[in-house]
Design a binder for this molecule. Structure first.
Ligand SMILES: Cc1cc2nc3c(=O)[nH]c(=O)nc-3n(C[C@H](O)[C@H](O)[C@H](O)COP(=O)(O)OP(=O)(O)OC[C@H]3O[C@@H](n4cnc5c(N)ncnc54)[C@H](O)[C@@H]3O)c2cc1C
Length: 433
C-alpha cells in the first residue's frame, strides 16, 4: 500500500536540527528536507580552537549530505530562509520554494552588537567557521604587519587583542591566545623578541563566566591573570573605530583586533507575526515546541523561548544540550502523533557546563558539585569528543589535540587567503561610509 508521506522541512542544521533528523531516522512516513545556508554542520564549542589555529576546521565540521547519506528520506537544500508563507504551507529561500506539511525552525542565533554600528562594522565575531578563519588570518597578519611597520607610532595596535565578553567563549579564546603567544611568538617570530601580544578581556559583568559557579569564576580569573591577560570587569565596549576600542569608563585601547563574543540574538523569522516573538527575539513555543498560534510550525533550540518547563519559567539557557534534547523529543513526538500516541512535554535535563581556561586547566559545574584543574580538563576533552560528527573526525581531532596540547604548537598557522589588500580596502571603505 502506498504511504502518503509527510513533507517535513527543517530550517537550520545545527545541534537542534541535526538531532531532530537523526532521531526521526529513516522512518518511511516522512520525507525530510533540510535547508541551511552552509552545506555542513559544525561544532560551535570548539570554534575558538579553529580561530587560534589549534585545530583544523574540518576536525569539527561535516557536510550534511555525508552525515545523512544512509537516510533514504533525506534531501538537502542549500539556501537562506527568506519568508515563511504559513497560509500556503511553504517556505521561500533564496534558492526556491519548498512546500511543507510540517515546518521545523532551528536557525539558532546571530551575533548581537547591541546597536553599536561601528562595532558591527569593525569587530570580529566568533560565531561560525568563517568567523573563526577570519580571526585566525587577522591575528597572524597582524603579527606580520607589526614586524613590517616599525615606523608606525601606533604599532602596538597590531599586537593588542581585545576580547569582548567574559563568558565561556571569551575566556577560552583569551586563554588560548595567551598561551600560544607565550610559547610560539618567542620561538617563531625572532623580530618580536621580548615582546608579547597583549590580551585584554572586557566584560560588563562583575565576574567572568557569569552563569557558572564561584569556583569556576575564581579559577578563570586567576589562571588568565597568571597567563598575562588583562581583565577589565564592570566595563563595556562602547565604540570601535579607527583601531580604537572605547570602554564605558573612558579607557581607550589601540587594537586592530576586537574579538566580539559578547552576545547573541535569535535569527529573524520573516512571516511569523511580531506578537509571537519574545525576549531576545526568540519565537514563543508551547511545551511541545509548537510555535504559538500555529498547528504545523515548530521551533527548537536557541531560536525558541519555552516558558512551560517548571524549572525554567523564563525560558531555557541557549545551550547545545537544550537544542539537542528539544530536537530529539520533537522527533519522538512526531512519531507518537502519527501513531495516535500521546506526546511528551519538554523538560530540560541539565547535565552541567564546562569551560577550558588553558592547557590542562578547565572548570566543570556538574548538577551536584563543581571541580577544576587537570581532571576537569580531561573530562572536558572526553565530553567534547563524543558529539563530534563521525568516527574519523573523532580520531583526527583526538590526534590533533594530543599533539597540539603536548607541543603547544599545532603548525596550522597558515594565512590561507592573503586578505591584506582587501582588508585594507574594506576598512578604508567602512571609514568613509
Ligand atoms: C563560539 C560558541 C561556543 C559555544 N560553546 C558552547 C558550549 O561550550 N556549550 C554549550 O552548551 N553551548 C555552547 N554554545 C552555544 C551552542 O552552540 C548553541 O546553544 C547551539 O548551537 C544551539 O543550537 P541550534 O541548533 O539552536 O542553533 P545552531 O547550532 O546555531 O544552528 C543553526 C543553524 O541554522 C543555520 N541557519 C542560520 N540562519 C539560517 C537561514 N537564514 N537560513 C537557513 N539556515 C540558517 C546555520 O547555518 C546553522 O547550521 C556556543 C556557541 C558559540 C557561538
Amino acid at each position: 500500500m502506498a504511504v502518503n508521506k509527510k513533507n517535513i522541512v527543517v530550517v537550520g542544521g545545527g545541534f537542534a536540527g541535526v538531532n531532530f533528523i537523526q532521531s526521526l531516522g529513516s522512518d518511511s512516513l516522512y520525507n525530510i528536507t533540510l535547508v541551511d545556508i552552509n552545506n555542513y554542520n559544525f561544532f560551535p564549542p570548539l570554534i575558538y580552537q579553529v580561530a587560534t589555529a589549534f585545530i583544523e576546521s574540518s576536525n569539527i565540521s561535516m557536510p550534511f549530505r555525508k552525515m545523512f547519506k544512509r537516510n533514504k528520506n533525506f534531501n538537502f537544500h542549500l539556501g537562506k530562509l527568506i519568508n515563511i508563507d504559513s497560509a500556503n504551507n511553504c517556505v521561500h529561500t533564496d534558492a526556491g520554494i519548498l512546500p511543507y506539511d510540517r515546518l521545523v525552525l532551528a536557525l539558532g542565533t546571530e551575533t548581537n552588537y547591541f546597536g553599536m554600528e561601528n562595532v558591527k562594522k569593525n569587530a570580529f565575531p566568533m560565531k561560525n567557521i568563517t568567523d573563526a578563519l577570519a580571526i585566525r588570518n587577522k591575528i597572524l597578519l597582524n603579527l606580520e604587519d607589526y614586524i613590517l611597520h616599525p615606523e608606525n607610532p601606533n604599532r602596538d595596535a597590531y599586537i593588542n587583542i581585545v576580547v569582548a565578553g567574559g563568558g565561556p567563549s571569551g575566556v577560552e579564546i583569551s586563554g588560548m591566545i595567551a598561551e600560544l603567544s607565550d610559547r610560539i611568538v618567542n620561538k617563531e617570530y625572532p623580530e618580536l623578541a621580548g615582546i608579547k601580544p597583549k590580551i585584554h578581556l572586557v566584560d560588563a559583568a562583575p565576574v567572568l563566566l557569569g552563569p557558572m559557579s564561584k569556583v569556576a569564576q575564581q579559577e578563570a580569573k586567576e589562571v588568565l591573570e597568571k597567563l598575562g591577560v588583562t581583565i577589565s570587569l564592570n566595563v563595556a565596549v562602547k565604540d570601535y573605530q579607527d583601531d580604537i576600542v572605547v570602554l564605558s569608563d573612558g579607557t581607550k585601547i589601540h587594537t586592530k583586533a576586537l574579538i566580539w563574543t559578547s552576545g547573541v540574538i535569535a535569527r529573524e523569522l520573516p512571516g511569523i507575526p511580531a506578537d509571537k516573538i519574545g525576549r531576545g527575539r526568540r519565537v514563543l513555543v508551547d511545551q511541545y515546541n509548537t510555535v504559538q498560534g500555529f498547528e504545523n510550525i515548530y521551533a527548537i533550540g536557541d531560536i525558541c523561548l519555552q516558558a512551560t518547563d517548571g524549572n525554567y519559567p523564563n525560558g531555557h539557557p541557549q545551550l547545545a544540550q537544550v537544542a539537542m534534547q528539544q530536537g530529539s523529543l520533537l522527533a519522538k513526538n512526531f512519531i507518537a502523533l502519527d501513531r495516535n500516541q500521546p506526546e511528551k512535554p519538554f523538560a530540560y535535563w541539565d547535565k552541567g557546563s564546562m569551560a577550558v581556561i588553558s592547557r590542562y586547566k578547565a572548570v566543570a559545574d556538574l548538577p551536584k558539585f563543581s571541580f577544576k584543574g587537570f581532571f576537569a580538563w580531561l573530562t572536558w576533552l572526553l565530553i567534547h569528543l563524543v558529539p563530534i560528527a563521525s568516527f574519523r573526525n573523532k580520531w583526527k581531532l583526538l590526534g590533533n589535540w594530543l599533539w597540539s596540547f603536548y607541543s603547544a604548537n599545532s603548525g596550522l598557522r597558515l594565512i590561507i587567503r592573503s586578505e591584506r589588500k582587501r582588508d585594507a580596502q574594506e576598512v578604508r571603505t567602512n571609514r568613509q561610509a
